[in-house]
Write a protein that binds this ligand. Structure first.
Ligand SMILES: Cc1cc2nc3c(=O)[nH]c(=O)nc-3n(C[C@H](O)[C@H](O)[C@H](O)COP(=O)(O)OP(=O)(O)OC[C@H]3O[C@@H](n4cnc5c(N)ncnc54)[C@H](O)[C@@H]3O)c2cc1C
Length: 485
């Protein structure tokens, strides 16, 4: 029995699914959205929002370290982890409430089936929900996201993933974080700031291996200064065993087994698509490497089924999920050949210090471009000195021939905010001399981008300088001295 029929049925109520449903409705389709749990997805309930709350609390702890230097009274704060997690949960609810996702979807005329349990295909054009509802669709958009990967290993049941952290009763005194990509680095950073002994283990020769090498180097150095032990180039994890009150983690490195005693092990070893429950075979949808296989139009192997967001495994970020959600709805409703590209995607991690990137790494840029590169230290910023945050740098990469920015890589205070201006300049196709000319507010962290752009504009000969001008090239100027870089 069919309970309802729609032109478009969207599965998943995260950023990709909600955007897709609203856009498809905006284009006039009859749309249903199915969500197994609460609307908001990983982003609100299990990822960005709760992680950012922990990062904010860690920043408060860190900032308290400056009290004495700024003539403020007050000792270092004690971390009450249970209360912090309580606050985290309340903020998650608050964000869910504030977004009014269900209300907005319903006001737009989307049929919402939330807290419906897992949806699964029973026929190519038919979905069954756990409560027994059947939904027929002419087209489907799969936005079911993903979950943290677990590696099969003896004692793997003792390991946590980031999703288990929200339920911890107390702060572990020591934590081994396995996996040095974005999630692992962010968790390592907050646990260390809260006072835990942290070991960060990574198979690759460097943490944040997908980022420019300066980011990996800058974050590693900063982590080590904060007492985080960064262990890269491990062969793998062999086993986890109970050992008295704690755990013993065995990993290999340079062919040898190494043992590490710790209270908690957190696995941050990747992300896989939520595929199992969807019964994709019934719809003829193929998968590849744990994700749904899509082409550059976000079409799956079944002509009536599309996919967007984390479940495609392409670019796992909220901004990309919403971008794809928008595009996939247009594809499903209107058709057409517009293909998707993720070229300018500013992103970063809320570690201490933050890191952020956009565009090509220097290595990638040099493969096809003759580049000019500037690296400006945060210590050149008056704001860095004022706030006592001089750690870090901004690296800007510009094509010598087109004068367009190819990439930026930043480590330092508010890096994730600072990188947005570079992304905007890139999207506007702004030549570096125009970026150098923007009257950026003073004293700000963002103005580091202006300093780097001016340095490159001079380097490229885009600024007229008299041959009689005598200041030596390496001499650093005050940030408001536009003329003398
Ligand atoms: C710890 C962590 C921190 C992160 N921090 C950031 C950050 O700071 N910035 C950023 O941009 N990104 C961040 N991300 C990534 C971001 O959360 C995801 O890229 C984003 O949520 C993907 O959106 P989505 O809509 O594709 O999937 P999701 O948000 O995962 O939504 C998928 C939805 O589908 C539902 N679902 C799954 N299967 C079914 C089914 N069979 N039937 C019905 N419903 C189903 C799920 O319950 C879920 O609500 C973080 C991720 C993690 C894990």
């Amino acid at each position: 029995m069919v309970d309802a029929a729609f032109e478009i049925v969207v599965i998943g109520g995260g950023p990709a699914g909600v955007t897709a449903a609203l856009r498809a409705r905006e284009l006039g389709a009859a749309v249903a959205l199915v969500e197994r749990g609460n609307l908001g997805g990983t982003c609100v309930g299990d990822g960005c929002v709760p992680t950012r709350v922990l990062a904010h609390a860690a920043r408060l702890v860190r900032d308290a370290g400056q009290f004495a230097a700024y003539g403020l009274e007050g000792g270092p704060p004690e971390v009450d982890f249970a209360r912090l997690l309580n606050r985290t949960q309340r903020i998650v609810y608050e964000v869910q409430e504030k977004k009014q996702i269900k209300g907005r979807l319903e006001a737009a005329g989307v049929g919402v089936f939330d807290r419906a349990g897992d949806a699964r295909f029973v026929e190519p054009y038919m979905l069954a929900l756990e409560d027994g509802t059947s939904l027929r669709g002419e087209k489907f958009i799969l936005c079911a996201g993903g979950h943290a990967r677990r590696i099969p290993l003896p004692g793997g049941e003792y390991a946590l993933t980031h999703s288990d952290i929200w339920k911890l009763e107390k702060l572990p005194r020591s934590v081994a974080v396995v996996g040095g990509a974005a999630t692992g680095c962010q968790l390592a950073s907050v646990f260390a700031t809260f006072g835990a002994r942290v070991r960060l283990l990574e198979v690759a020769p460097r943490i944040l291996a997908a980022e420019d090498e300066v980011i990996s180097g800058g974050v590693t150095e900063a982590f080590e200064r904060r007492g985080i032990e960064v262990i890269t180039g491990i062969g793998g994890i062999e086993r986890i065993e109970e050992d008295g009150d704690g755990l013993r983690l065995a990993y290999t490195r340079a062919g040898e087994t190494c043992l590490l005693d710790t209270e908690a092990v957190v696995l941050c070893v990747g992300w896989v698509g939520n595929l199992e429950r969807l019964n994709l075979g019934a719809a003829g949808v193929e998968t590849e490497g744990g994700y749904i296989k899509v082409d550059n139009s976000l079409r799956t192997s079944a002509p009536h089924v599309f996919a967007a967001g984390d479940i495609t495994g392409r670019m796992m970020l909220v901004q990309s999920a919403t971008y794809e959600g928008n595009l996939v709805a247009e594809k499903a409703v209107l058709g057409g050949e517009r293909v998707y590209q993720h070229e300018i995607v500013p992103h970063g991690g809320f570690t201490d210090p933050e890191y952020a990137s956009v565009g090509l790494t220097e290595h990638q840029a040099r493969e096809n471009h003759d580049c000019a590169v500037a690296v400006v230290p945060y210590s050149d910023l008056d704001r860095g000195v004022i706030d006592g945050r001089t750690e870090g740098f901004c690296k800007l990469i510009v094509s010598r021939s087109s004068r367009r920015v190819l990439g930026a890589h930043i480590v330092g205070e508010q890096a994730v905010e600072v990188v947005q201006i570079v992304a905007t300049a890139m999207r506007a196709n702004m030549p570096v001399e125009d970026l150098a000319d923007v009257e950026l507010a003073y004293p700000t962290f963002t103005s580091i981008v202006g300093i780097a752009a001016r340095q490159i504009a001079r380097d490229l000969g885009l600024v007229v300088v008299s041959s009689r001008y005598g200041i030596s090239k390496g001499m650093r100027a005050a940030e408001w001295e536009q003329g003398s870089m």
